[in-house]
Design a protein around this ligand. Sequence first.
Ligand code: G
Ligand code: G
Ligand code: MN
Ligand code: NA
Length: 247
Amino acid sequence: LELATALRRAVGDGELELVYQSRRTCGERRITGVEALLRWRHPELGVLAPDVFLPIAERTGRIVELGDWVLRQSLADLSDLSHRHPELTLAVNVSARQLISGRLTRTVTRALSESGVEPSRLVLEITETAFSEDPVAARQVLEELKALGVVIALDDFGTGWSSLHYVSCLPVDVLKVDRSFVADLPAQLRAGAVVASVLGLGHGLGLLVVAEGVEDADTLGVLQRMGCDEYQGFIDGEPGALADVLN
Ligand code: G
Ligand code: G
Ligand code: MN
Ligand code: NA
């Protein structure tokens, strides 16, 4: 309850922050983009991870306001560095409730025009829960976003109940293989089979496949040999300030 109250003030008081994680090609490890990750610098509790406060924000509806802030701030951050990194893409996580809030398309349109960033450089990361809650509304918003020229990624792919259904009928461009499968890659044949099948599916549909949670060179080596397109993970360091991540 206290967190819920404090969260109400967090946006206005400037307590929210973004850290960034790079996304790179598996082959040359060339940077192609960054993912914005939200943090809350709570005055007494210190830096809180989204797992601690996003469920509260979802429940209270505050997530819509937080999501607006994340979009505007991350696009402004990218815009500041665009002269040096004109090709870099920005991935932003969108929660289920935000997706079906009825105002996401308008918010994205406004944030893009304020920042001057090309729509094709913005990747919105969606999880399957959004579709299980309200498939009709979710689908319509995705169509609107696609019409703007924004890129759509399915996040945590493989962990939901009906991934195959969604990937076959929704306008999606990118599959992000959940890190639970990636973590077990070097040691576990089962994880290898799952990742191989996501790669086959994604490439069969003409999608870009990104592996999440790559922590070591062994794992990256396996992904390279399997033909995975891009990866993210602590192998490139902890998420940090945008300027640091790009150095
Ligand atoms: O950054 P971290 O690993 O702590 O993120 C934990 C979870 O929070 C992940 O599932 C991630 O997708 C989610 N997350 C991080 N930033 C945001 C954000 O800005 N909006 C939403 N909706 N989820 C986020
Ligand atoms: O669900 P989503 O993919 O948006 O989650 C992103 C979260 O995953 C972030 O909170 C980030 O801190 C975490 N993460 C990113 N890379 C790694 C990694 O290599 N290992 C682990 N354990 N977590 C990671
Ligand atoms: Mn994500
Ligand atoms: Na994920």
